[in-house]
Structures are given as C-alpha cells and as structure tokens.
Design a protein around this ligand. Structure first.
Ligand SMILES: *Cc1c(COP(=O)(O)O)cnc(C)c1O
Ligand SMILES: [Zn+2]
Length: 391
C-alpha cells in the first residue's frame, strides 16, 4: 500500500515559555498564557531524510516538511534562500582567519534575509484567507512584506519610522503597499499598528507576534548545515534586532539533531547590536532587569534599532545555551567595515553585516573567539539600500 507523503509535518504551536499548546488550524498571534512568542512544532518522523533533499528546488522551500504551509498552492515564493556561503580569501589571509565564512543573504528578493520570514508568513496569511497584512518595520521587513503581498495578490500596510532612508520607502510604494510613517523607532510603529488594527481587519506580521516568520528564518540554520556538509561552525555572528534569525537557527539545529541529521555540537552564538540601541547587551550585563523600558536611538543599521525586542527571553536563552554573548558596535565602525570588505572582497554588505566584522575583531582581542576556529558571519542584507548614508 502506498502511503501519502504529507507536504508539511507541522503538528502544533506551543508557548515558548510554558509549553501550552495552541491549535495550528486557528490564527494566533502570540502565547497569551505567558505573553511570549508561539513556536511551531513538527512531527519529526523518519519520513524526511537528508537524502530526500537531493534534486529539490533551490530555495528555502526545499525544507517544506519543516515549514508550516499545508497546501503547496499557498506558497508565495520569489526564490528566497539557498544563498551562498562565501570564503573571503583576502580577509582570511590578512587577518589570519583560515576558516572565516560569510553566508551572504544580500541576493535574496528585496535585498535582505527578511524575504525568508515574509515568504513563510505571507504564505500562511494566504492560507488563512487574509486579504490585508500589516507590519511595523525598521526598513527591510516592510519592503519584503510589500513584495510578497504583491505576489500573493494581497494588500500590505507598512508602518515605518519617518527617518528611514528613502529607498526603503520607495520600494514599498513600488510594490503597491500603503506606507504609514511614524516619528520614532519600530516600537512606536508597533503602537501605530495596534491602533490601525482596531479599524482594519489585517494579518499582523510583527516580529515574533506571529509564529511563521521564525519558521522562514530558521531555514538559514538548515542551509548552513547542508552547505557545510552537516557540520556546524564553531561560532556564528548574527546582527540582532528582534532576534528572529538567531532564535530560528537555534531551533533549526535542535530539529536537525532530533531527525539525526547532525550531532549535539553547537556553535557559540554571538548577538551583535548597535551601540545606539543595545537592549540585549544591557540586560546581559545587568544594567536593567529586562529591555521593556529600554530607550534606543536610530542606527545606520536600521535593522538593529529595536529597543524592546518581544522575544528577549528567547534571545537570552540562545546566548546562554550556546555559551555565546551579545556585543555592541558603533555606527562609524560599521561603516568602516562595510568599506573595508567592499574594497578587499568585492562584497557590498549591509551595515548590519559590517557590525559583525568589528565585533569579531573585538571578540578575538577579548579571547572569546580564536583565530583558527570555524567562524561564520551572517551578512543579512545588501549594502546597496544604505548607500546614501555610507558614501
Ligand atoms: C531585520 C534585520 C536584522 C535583524 O534581524 P532580527 O531577526 O530582527 O534580529 C539584521 N540585519 C538586517 C539587514 C535586517 O533587515
Ligand atoms: Zn505560556
């Protein structure tokens, strides 16, 4: 007898704090039991093996069994994921970093890794029959939402700080989104979203206030393992705003271990923040009990200007479990790094990615990272969208 291969193994949603379960057949925002993010769980049976990846589509949807979409027709894809892991040969030799790698997300649709999360979330919004989606954003998530909504035939409402560089606004308008500008940071945009939702029926795609963007971004973890032949780096540096990618990769590693794809070895996870907005660093150092009342200022790395990350507890847990730590970098150092990597490697990375380079050199000085280790920097976006402030 033939058994039907299910498209997804999604089985439940649970509270990231207490584990209480929520239905996967209803639309949920976050776990109201503990006011924490919801996380998706899968039936990780032996139907999904590494070898089944062979010959599959070269996007993040190659991992469909561990992605949340029920019906293939609901997938909204623009070719996101399966980005290259580069070996920056000049930086390697000049700085004696023989095993330095850059996973380069700049080639994703709309020029950042936000495409992964929004591909997953807009697909689920479509599956839920939504017509409108709304997001508060520091920049890149807005462009990605606008593009994926255009592809899905849905309306996007993007709420963005008014100081965001023009290109982030223009792309939203070109993709047909409604753009709402707010004086303040993404936290102020979130308040505006709450207000708009009272009069407009829309699917809220705020960072970790719905469970699906996390699922899209976790595919970076799957790709790192697959592309590095099922071994993980010793260290991963990740530019952390809301923390979705950091938490997502950690989740992917756990799922892969459960499926027997990798062992128990884990990278040391480094959360890199902007000096002007470093809530995780402040909580980590005991300057504050948590980030709820942290006030930040804008950064050229607008993806890092997230003063009150909703998933703070989950970010801290990943750092603790991995033996990692958070570190902050000045804007001027991010710009120097972007310029240096452009000149030496021919890569025009986002300032968020540039922050990683300065953080890496600092952590080597502090002996938190050793030169011979297998080090992966996750460049989350393209520098082209930031040029007006870099030149
Ligand atoms: C959003 C963003 C980040 C931060 O990502 P989180 O998952 O929210 O921590 C980093 N870099 C870029 C380019 C971004 O757009
Ligand atoms: Zn709970």
């Amino acid at each position: 007898m033939q058994t039907v291969q299910q498209f997804t193994s999604l089985s439940h949603l649970s509270c990231s704090q207490c584990g209480q379960q929520y239905s996967i057949f209803e639309v949920h925002s976050f776990a109201t039991c503990c006011n924490q993010p919801l996380v998706a769980g899968y039936e990780l049976s032996n139907t999904f093996s590494k070898s089944s990846l062979r010959g599959r589509v070269s996007t993040m949807w190659r991992y469909r069994e561990v992605l949340p979409v029920f019906e293939p027709d609901n997938i909204v894809s623009l070719g996101e994921g399966m980005t290259p892991i580069l070996t920056p040969k000049h930086l390697r030799s000049k700085y004696e970093l023989p095993q330095l790698f850059i996973k380069d997300e700049s080639g994703n649709p709309t020029g950042s890794f936000k495409a992964r999360g929004l591909s997953a979330a807009v697909s689920k919004a479509k599956e839920a029959g939504a017509h409108n989606c709304i997001v508060p954003t520091a920049g890149n998530a807005g462009g990605a939402l606008a593009a994926y909504c255009a592809a899905a035939g849905m309306k996007a409402i993007v709420v963005m700080p008014s100081h965001t560089p023009q290109v982030f606004k223009d792309e939203c308008l070109l993709y047909g989104a409604e753009l709402v500008l707010v004086d303040g940071l993404i936290s102020d945009c979130a308040k505006k979203v709450a207000q708009l939702k009272q009069t407009i029926d829309c699917f809220d795609i705020s960072t970790l206030k719905e469970p699906w963007r996390l699922e899209g971004k976790k595919t970076m973890g799957y790709e790192i393992a697959e592309q590095m032949d099922w071994t993980l780096p010793d260290v991963i540096l990740y530019p952390t705003g809301g923390g979705t990618g950091l938490i997502g990769m950690w989740k992917a590693f756990a799922e892969m271990e459960q499926m027997g794809w990798i062992g128990s070895q884990r990278p040391k996870m480094i959360a890199v923040q902007a000096a002007t907005c470093q809530p995780i660093v402040h909580t980590w150092k005991g300057v504050q009990p948590n980030a709820k009342n942290y006030t930040g200022r804008p950064s050229i790395a607008n993806g890092l200007a997230v003063p009150n990350p909703f998933a703070e507890n989950m970010i801290l847990r990943v750092l603790r479990e991995s033996g990692g730590l958070p570190i902050a970098v000045q804007d001027a150092d991010m710009i120097s790094a972007v310029k240096e990597i452009a000149k030496t490697e021919g890569l025009l990375i986002a300032p968020e990615g540039g922050a990683l380079w300065k953080a890496l050199l600092d952590l080597i000085d502090q002996q938190e990272i050793h030169r011979g280790q297998k080090i992966l920097m996750l460049n989350t976006g393209s520098g082209y969208k930031y040029l007006e402030n870099i030149i």
